[in-house]
Design a protein around this ligand. Structure first.
Ligand code: KG4
Ligand code: ZN
Length: 350
């Protein structure tokens, strides 16, 4: 089964075709990131206007790659007949920016109506989880349930118990800033990037051979008997640390990253032990963080859990995992009943 998916929840315009929920056939992503770097933060109106520009070329390229793939497997399909090879369409309906979501949702509704295809609404956060189910050279797609998932992105930090496909329970999440947001704000305070500086901060941290600032930042909410997180206080502490001029930048970056990874790892292991899961999974942009991947993998192994993390290319926003989520748990809906919902939570039913 071939699913065409569209993802436009933030500043990316992405489309993909995935076979049987696990084989990435075609994926195209256009981003307006550099425009938001200039303004030091995302301007929703600008993101949406760019997505209007990008959506047709992105779909066009996605379909062309699909046509090339079909040719390679011996099916010479003309451009006019290409839609007949697509079984279903999936689209991100939330959470995200309303203007951005609407572009993907309305495009998908139009294609579904014109091509007469079933349409599946997908929760973006659930999509991040399903990035773990794609087959890649380094990874097969099977996961032993029950699994505990840590979804860490620019807008969310959620711990989710996944008993089986589609059977999810929200265990806890951030009460203020998301982990990615804390990375971005700290990168900005350190002068590393004006917008989305998680990678730059992590790169600087990895150059630190001796963390002179070790232990100077708090590990928020670690002693609390719940599975919630809080990162806004950490950001304030980093600000004070920078203003004190007492430590080099690389040590501050390293101490910040270590503090975030400490909290994320310890709370995840605690929840995994409590709920006796078999697998720990990561999802979302921050799961591209090498320090988090390494620490979580080590701790999971030590405690006897299997560990799964998406390949780097599927950590940040793309449409591949939207197609995969649609395949495994998607529910087709009448086209006119599908609407964008900017405030969906990870366990919202669709
Ligand atoms: O999932 P995503 O692409 O978009 C949202 O749904 O929010 O996540 C983007 C977030 C940003 O905050 C970005 O700085 C962060 O993921 N990020 C990282 C890394 N790569 C991306 N944070 C830390 N280390 C990284 N290597
Ligand atoms: Zn995301």
């Amino acid at each position: 089964m071939y699913i065409l998916a569209i993802e436009t929840s933030c500043d990316e315009t992405a489309a993909a075709i995935v076979k049987d929920g696990v084989y990435e056939i075609s994926s195209v992503i256009a981003s307006s990131k550099e425009l938001h770097e200039a303004t030091g933060g995302i301007v929703p109106e600008i993101a949406a206007r760019k997505q209007v520009e990008f959506i047709i070329p992105v779909l066009d390229q996605t379909l062309k790659k699909f046509q090339t793939y079909l040719k390679e497997i011996g099916e010479d399909v003309s451009w006019e007949l290409l839609p007949s090879k697509i079984d279903k369409i999936a689209v991100t309906v939330g959470p995200g920016l309303i203007g951005s979501l609407l572009i993907g949702v309305e495009t998908a509704k139009t294609l579904a109506a014109v091509w007469n295809k079933p349409l599946i609404p997908v929760n973006h956060l659930v999509g991040h989880i399903y990035a773990n189910f794609l087959k890649s050279s380094s990874k097969d797609s099977s996961v032993d349930f029950p699994a505990l998932v840590l979804v860490v992105s620019g807008g969310h930090t959620d711990l989710v118990l996944l008993r089986d496909h589609g059977d999810m329970e929200y265990l806890g999440g951030t009460v203020d800033d998301a982990a990615g947001e804390a990375f971005d704000k700290t990168a900005r305070l350190l002068g590393l990037a004006k917008y989305l500086g998680g990678v730059q901060l992590s790169n600087l941290a990895s150059t630190c051979l001796d963390n002179a600032a070790q232990g100077t930042l708090p590990r928020p909410m670690l002693d609390k008997n719940n599975f919630d997180f809080s990162f806004s206080g950490l950001k304030t502490s980093v600000k004070k640390l920078i203003e004190s001029n007492a430590f080099p930048k690389d040590s501050i970056a390293c101490e910040f990253e270590t503090a975030v990874v400490d909290v994320l790892t310890k709370k995840t292991i605690k929840a995994a032990l409590k709920h006796r899961v078999k697998t720990i999974m990561l999802g979302g942009g921050v799961s591209a963080n090498k320090s988090l991947r390494t620490r979580m993998s080590q701790e999971a192994k030590e405690h006897g859990f299997a560990f799964s993390v998406p390949p780097f290319s599927l950590c940040t926003d793309n449409a591949v995992y939207i197609a995969s989520a649609a395949y495994f748990i998607g529910k087709e809906k009448i086209i006119s009943n599908i609407t964008a919902d900017p405030s969906l939570s990870v366990d919202s039913a669709l």
